[in-house]
Design a protein around this ligand. Structure first.
Ligand code: NAD
Length: 354
């Protein structure tokens, strides 16, 4: 398993160090794991004047998987747009052809009170949002700001999805559903948008190849409502780039704890980039108080999706579960009666539980 490690900025270095402890523990147990580090984001700019240095992209292409911390920091906010840390992230996703973004939202029994929703609504929640990441209105041309004949200015974007793009992401969705609870809900706006009507037509066709999976279709406005009304009705939610952007953030907050949420972005060969769903948290960087569990759980996803090692993935998840059960908490998920520990101590606790 050749893994490129890109800690990035802010808490990125601290949380990735804990995930690396887990990988090293697995290596001691006999797993063949090879790690190589490179810079991305502000760290890439500092080291090579580029948020995605050429060497970083090269290493990432040569690796089986990429483990990323987070990018961004106040000191980079005044840089010209192409030099900003986030550009490193957009460019690496594009450079690696990562079109499928997986964001699970799972509520651990020990953290059920962290959600702003009532415990009975979210307890036991385990859903996965699959967002198409490289198409849709975010990338459609033409786009811009123009002046109409009337002299009025107008902003415009173009939404489109080609058949191959929809088929490709739908197959990923069904493959994932097969390994979960065999339910897939495709979310669109087919009552208004032609792009969505086409999306639904193609998903319906692909669905015929997966009779074991129960397929449903839902309009995005209803899906936004159902996610807070009765989220446990979902298993896999399959959707396009813009709807997925919004719904995955909504779903992440069902769990109430941003420090617990992993994510994966995959290409067509299951090569992937794995990162926590949160950012670089400059407000708490360097204090050893960040929650490393989202990053450690991202390694669990890497084992499952890129390396096909459900056993190792399960082992990591069980270790995380055990640590929570022991009452160990970082500040972001702390509640009275629990034991507050730092980022590094949390990494050590997971390794011990492993
Ligand atoms: P953020 O996710 O970094 O932080 C939001 C809040 O959550 C902060 O109060 C932070 O302290 C807290 N938080 C986040 N992760 C945590 C963790 N693991 N443990 C404990 N608390 C945690 O979002 P933001 O403040 O909007 O952005 C900060 C920087 O991160 C910006 O430069 C932004 O561009 C960047 N960002 C990067 C990514 C990424 O790398 N994928 C994603 C979002 C934002």
């Amino acid at each position: 398993m050749k893994i490129a490690v890109l800690p990035g900025d802010g808490i990125g270095t601290e949380i990735v160090a804990q995930a690396v402890k887990v990988l090293e523990a697995l290596r001691k147990d006999g797993e063949k794991i090879e790690l190589e580090y490179a810079h991305i984001g502000g760290a890439g700019y500092d080291a090579a004047g580029d948020p995605l240095p050429e060497a970083t992209l090269k290493l990432s292409k040569e690796s089986d998987a990429v483990l990323l911390g987070a990018v961004g920091g106040y000191q980079y906010d005044t840089l010209a747009r192409p030099l900003r840390p986030e550009q490193g992230l957009l460019r690496i996703r594009k450079g690696l052809g990562l079109f499928a973004n997986l964001r699970p939202a799972r509520v651990y029994p020990e953290l059920v009170n962290a959600s702003t929703l009532r415990a009975e609504v979210v307890s036991g929640l385990d859903i996965l949002i699959l967002r198409e990441l490289t198409g849709d209105i975010y990338f459609g041309q033409p786009r811009g700001i123009r002046t109409l004949d009337s002299g009025e200015r107008q902003g415009f974007d173009t939404m489109h999805y080609s058949e191959s793009e929809v088929r490709r992401i739908a197959h990923v969705g069904y493959q994932i559903a097969l390994k979960r609870n065999k339910k897939l809900c495709s979310v669109d706006k087919a009552n208004v948008l032609d792009t969505s009507m086409f999306w639904r037509e193609i998903v319906t066709e692909v669905a015929k190849e997966y009779p074991q999976v129960e397929t449903s279709h839902m309009y995005v406005d209803n899906a936004a409502m159902q996610l807070v009304r009765f989220p446990k009705q979902f298993d896999v939610i399959l959707t396009g780039n813009i709807f997925g952007d919004i719904l995955s953030d909504e779903a992440s907050m069902l769990t109430g704890s941003i420090g617990m949420l992993p994510s994966a972005s995959l290409d067509s060969n299951n090569k992937g980039l794995y990162e926590p769903s949160h950012g670089s948290a400059p407000d708490i960087a360097g204090k050893d108080i960040a929650n490393p569990l989202a990053t450690i759980l991202s390694v669990a996803m890497m084992m499952q999706y890129t390396f096909g090692r459900a056993d190792v993935s399960q082992r990591i998840e069980t270790a995380v579960h055990k640590v929570l059960h022991q009452g160990l908490r970082t500040g972001d998920i702390f509640e009275a009666g629990m034991q507050k520990i730092g980022c590094s101590a949390m990494g050590d606790a997971v390794v011990k539980a492993l």
